[in-house]
Write a protein that binds this ligand. Structure first.
Ligand code: SF4
Length: 343
């Protein structure tokens, strides 16, 4: 299944080895647009857009995967603030999935019947410009100790819940100590069969996958599923492949979700290359998402007819298990909605 020789080794020599730990590496992320231009050897434009709220944030390990000197780099396009974010596009909102109405307790979203979603932190290692939670009020939703107890009670008293999803912000940006608290709580709930972690951290800061994390995951009696978020094959290199191998050895099932983004990955060849690279490192392509209509991200959207056209070509060119499900999330639907391929 794995053929690591197919994976680029160009970044191995760049792997940061001089940080004390992943937190120190995270703290050294790029957070200034000018600094990112300089880091990538790009000429500074006369003016550039630097948003106030959801600012730039890019770990250097992720910036190292970008081509130097190219403003069109598909990884750069995902993180570089763009003046088009200020467009007030019709149909785009601050809460595209109406999540603000589905919080039975602070930090807990119950949108789907058998599973709940926990936003244990608002922090992310990287700020993706298309993120559907970029306006989410994490501060107002952050559970304190009391609410943590409430969350535990809510889950244990709802017996249809068998899966708990830790989602964005990025749960792996939590310290080991805080992650441990959450795991101890979930491990103790008998109706919880599976703990799922949605994360981009192993991709943008692979050193986050350290021995402490691997031991924590390995020691849990629950099924552990990790859903990575990789949009482009250039995000995959041997460093990440090695981390995925360690995660799988720790008993973690690895899946990937991708957001279809105009100008970044809206080509059949790119998506085929991505699926193959994922499979080579033991990760199954899971979802291909239509962009959620969040205010500020309309320039990444592409017509649904184009998405469907690309999808048929994926089906034509790859084995079924390499083709992720094409879905969109619609407000107040208790599932991800499969896109109608006959439109
Ligand atoms: S929640 Fe996920 S998509 Fe959103 S900014 Fe964080 S890492 Fe990116």
């Amino acid at each position: 299944m794995r053929n690591l020789s197919k994976i680029s080794t160009k970044n191995l020599s760049d792997a940061p080895f001089f940080y004390e730990n992943w937190q120190a590496e995270l703290a050294d992320s790029l957070s200034d647009v000018g600094e990112l231009y300089a880091y990538l050897g790009l000429d500074m434009p006369d003016g550039y857009y630097a948003p106030r709220g959801f600012g730039l944030r890019v770990p250097k390990a992720f910036a190292d995967k970008m081509s130097k000197g190219s403003l069109k780099d598909p990884l750069l396009l995902q993180v570089l603030p763009d003046i088009q974010e200020t467009i007030l596009a019709v149909g785009y909102t601050h809460d595209p999935l109406a999540e603000n109405d589905q919080n039975p307790a602070k930090g807990l979203l119950h949108k789907y019947k058998n599973r709940v979603l926990i936003t244990a932190t608002g922090a992310c290692a990287v700020h993706c410009r298309y993120c559907f939670r970029q306006h989410f009020d994490y501060q107002a939703n952050m559970p304190n100790r009391e609410e943590l107890v409430k969350i535990g009670e809510y889950i244990s008293s709802n017996h249809q819940i068998d899966e708990v999803i830790f989602s964005g912000g990025d749960p792996l940006s939590l310290s080991h100590r805080r992650l441990l608290v959450w795991f101890e709580m979930m491990n103790a709930l008998s109706n919880v069969k599976t703990i799922r972690i949605h994360t981009r951290l192993p991709v943008v800061l692979p050193n986050r996958v350290d021995q402490e994390l691997l031991s924590l995951l390995k020691s849990s009696p629950k099924n552990i599923v990790m859903v990575l978020h990789i949009n482009h094959p250039n995000e995959i290199d041997e460093v990440l492949a090695n981390k995925c191998q360690l995660l799988r050895q720790a008993g973690v099932t690895l899946l990937n979700q991708t957001v279809l983004l105009k100008g970044v990955n809206d080509e059949v060849n790119t998506l085929c290359k991505l699926s193959h690279a994922l499979f080579d490192m033991g990760v199954l392509p899971y979802y291909l998402h239509i962009l959620d209509k969040v205010q500020g991200a309309s320039h990444f959207d592409l017509p649904i007819a184009r998405a469907v056209q690309i999808y048929w070509q994926l089906l034509e060119n790859m084995s079924g298990y390499l083709v992720p499900k094409l879905v969109q999330e619609l407000p107040n639907r208790p599932y991800k909605t499969p896109v109608n391929l006959h439109q």
